[in-house]
Design a protein around this ligand. Structure first.
Ligand code: NAP
Length: 457
């Protein structure tokens, strides 16, 4: 083995170890930042090692790729936190495009000479990669509101999707039997591109995190297949880690919503629904001064943030109010629902950015038993994740979804702009309960005004 090759293998081994350790560290907020640094260092090691690949004879195209990639990647990394889901979707699209293009290039170079095993891996790589490219682009467009975020459905959609899927798989099998028939290969890739679009358009934008982690999983498996074709161990390891962690994350999110993957993918959730709800009567509006007095004299206050906190960018304002209350001797806790907001860990990331200590964040299972002893539960732009219909109404489309049970607190204050519904499009009976007071307005202004009002109490 030449020195260059030895260096290459050593960097790939180092990269693989860093990927595994990075992923492990990401499972806890305290170590997550370190995990990200380890994963990035692993990627750098893999890239540097690849430059010593014996088959590389010309560095010009690599330099051009580096300049083009960096000039797209650096501005993409600068987007605000609220745009992170669509940014991630775009990254998936680029990653999958790279995997598909490598697969197509390998086929153009080697044609039918790859043998059945490598051809199978290559076909999977191109199929999964291609559907991930268009699926991720649609996900990004929906999240960026460049297209309608609600499900786009038409008659016979499931049949059309099923027929397209079966055609794609049939073309793949026929091509494996006749690997020199280029037309079968390109027709399969074409079907995969269209299938990616049709797979994602019927899914509502708030379900995009589940879709994206599934697409992430496809892109990972596609990269692992690329690794088999190129006999590249680090691609196999990184792709497999990506593929399975993405899949596990999708399952965890579905569990947190008490929904199945098939319901997310084919249920058209988030379309306008008519359902029986316990919501009746009138909402009770409360004044800023009323809420300030309640907060100032409370023993325990629990903040429950949701998507509205993210859109209002109210994380700093809530931390300021929380600090003020703590200075007055109030016990302040933050109840975090696993699917609050629009991506896993959305609330944790925003609150961490505002320097809310991790020890003040309580997961749903931890905060629910505390709520009956809580004087005021302040709901900040959350809706579905505190909807008691999920617990009380078996006919509700979200029946069985675990919620943060704010209605068990002695008093509930809901901060939202008006009578807007949550992602599910459902009415929320919490807002009509006698225990609940509505404080209308943008969450950030309401919290800032509350801080000033508490200072005067
Ligand atoms: P939500 O149900 O979508 O409700 C958000 C609420 O925020 C709205 O009712 C809106 O009411 C209010 N709002 C919007 N902008 C605001 C502002 N500037 N100031 C104050 N309030 C504002 O949010 P959620 O309770 O966080 O629930 C998340 C939903 O996403 C769930 O249905 C969940 O299943 C779904 N989902 C999440 C994930 C994930 O990974 N996080 C994954 C899959 C699905 P107004 O318009 O009246 O202000």
């Amino acid at each position: 083995m030449s020195n260059g090759q030895l260096f290459l293998e050593a960097t790939y081994l180092l990269a693989s170890v860093l990927f595994v350790m990075g992923l492990k560290s990401l499972s806890h907020p305290d170590t997550a930042r370190r995990g990200m640094i380890m994963a990035a260092a692993g990627m750098a090691a893999a890239l540097i090692g690849t430059l010593f690949h014996p088959e590389i004879h010309n560095y010009i195209y690599i330099a051009i790729g580096l300049i083009v990639g960096s000039s797209i990647g650096i501005p993409m990394a600068m987007v605000p936190m609220t745009a992170m889901p669509q940014r991630t979707a775009l990254s998936h699209a680029f990653g999958a495009l790279a995997a598909s293009m490598v697969g197509i290039a390998e086929y153009v170079i080697h044609g039918s000479g790859l043998g059945p095993v490598k051809s199978g891996a290559l076909g999977l790589e191109v199929m999964l990669g291609s559907l991930t490219v268009t699926g991720s682009l649609i996900a990004a467009a929906k999240l960026q509101e460049l297209m309608r975020g609600t499900p786009i459905q038409f008659k016979g959609q499931h049949i059309v999707n099923l027929c397209l899927f079966l055609t794609m798989v049939t073309l793949f099998v026929l091509w494996l039997i006749n690997p020199d028939k280029y037309v079968l290969f390109y027709a399969m890739a074409g079907c995969a591109f269209v299938f990616g679009v049709l797979l994602v358009i019927p899914i509502g934008s708030a379900d995009m995190p589940v879709v994206m982690s599934l697409l992430n999983s496809y892109a990972g498996l596609s990269s692992a297949a690329t690794g088999f074709v190129l006999s590249n161990n680090v691609l196999i390891i990184a792709g497999t880690l990506d593929g399975f962690s993405g899949f596990i994350l999708s399952i965890l999110m579905c569990k947190a919503m008490n929904r199945s993957i098939t319901n997310v993918l084919f249920g058209g959730f988030g379309a306008v629904v008519a359902s029986e709800s316990a919501a009746a009567g009138a909402m009770r509006e409360v004044s800023l001064d009323d809420v300030a007095v309640q907060l100032a004299y409370a023993n325990q206050v629990v903040f429950v943030p949701g998507y509205g906190m993210a859109t209002a960018q109210a994380q700093h304002a809530v931390r300021e109010l929380g600090n003020l209350l703590e200075e007055r001797g109030v016990s302040v806790k933050y109840g975090i629902h696993p699917v609050a907001g629009r991506m896993p860990g959305h609330m944790n990331v925003l609150l961490a950015e505002a320097n809310v200590p991790y020890s003040s964040l309580y997961e749903m299972e931890q905060i629910n038993p505390e709520l009956p002893a809580t004087d005021v539960a302040v709901v900040i732009g959350a809706n579905d994740v505190v909807n008691p219909d999920a617990r009380d109404n078996p006919k509700s489309p979200i029946a069985g979804m675990p919620i943060i049970e704010v209605d068990r607190a002695k008093s509930v204050v809901v901060l939202k702009r008006g009578k807007g519904k949550g992602f599910s499009g459902l009415e929320n009976p919490l807002f009509f309960k006698p225990v609940t007071g509505m404080l209308y307005g943008d969450a950030k202004s309401s919290l800032t005004n509350l801080t000033q009002a508490v200072q005067k109490v």
